[in-house]
Design a protein around this ligand. Structure first.
Ligand code: URA
Length: 190
């Protein structure tokens, strides 16, 4: 990891005004964990608590994500956790296409600087963006959750893993076991 480039990347996020979300957010939410990790998890967008604290996945979905990672023996030092959007959409609405287009150059930069071996897409917004980025035919999450797909890269073997967003288990507790089982896909690739 080139520290200067990383600092530059963070300052680009902290000064971003490319979409209107910077006007309504409290804090920019940059990724957390280890920027030299081999595993990257990509969520959707900051929610209320992430916006207040300036850190991804610190609310209820974040607590569940922590437990999913713990179950497969991973600590925050072994992963990097980030989002498609770096600012909270008001009332946690879905990201708009325009916001995704304007914000994802930050994610592209994160991916190229971190160069992870495994990228786990959490939820359909993240899947939609990442499947398109890597030219993998997109299928409904209900069909491909827990599966991994090779990413064709000049930088060696890489995989994209499709996972449900941890927040689904907050509304549908039956999904907890599905997510636990699907997270094993990451463990198998490590
Ligand atoms: N949901 C997300 O997708 N990202 C967060 O940071 C928190 C909740």
């Amino acid at each position: 990891m080139d520290k200067e480039k990383w600092k530059q990347h963070l300052s680009e996020i902290y000064s971003c005004k490319k979409c209107a979300l910077h006007e309504t957010k409290t804090n920019y939410v940059v990724g957390k964990g280890n920027p030299s990790a081999k595993i990257m998890l990509v969520g959707e967008a900051p929610g209320k608590w992430e916006d207040i604290k300036g850190e991804p996945f610190v609310g209820r979905a974040g607590k569940f994500l922590d437990s999913l990672l713990q179950e497969i023996g991973l600590t925050l030092n072994e992963v990097f956790i980030t989002n498609i959007l770096k600012c909270r959409p008001p009332n946690n609405r879905d990201p708009s296409e325009e916001e995704v287009v304007k914000c994802t150059p930050h994610l592209d930069k994160e991916i190229s600087l971190i160069n992870p071996v495994i990228i786990a897409a959490l939820g359909r917004h993240s899947m939609k963006f990442l499947f398109k980025k890597y030219n993998i035919p997109y299928e409904p999450i209900s069909k491909i959750h827990g599966k991994h797909f090779p990413i064709h890269s000049l930088l060696g073997r890489k995989y994209l893993v499709a996972l449900y967003h941890p927040a689904v288990a907050l509304y549908n507790p039956g999904m907890k076991e599905v997510l636990k089982k699907d997270f094993q896909a990451i463990k198998k690739l490590v």
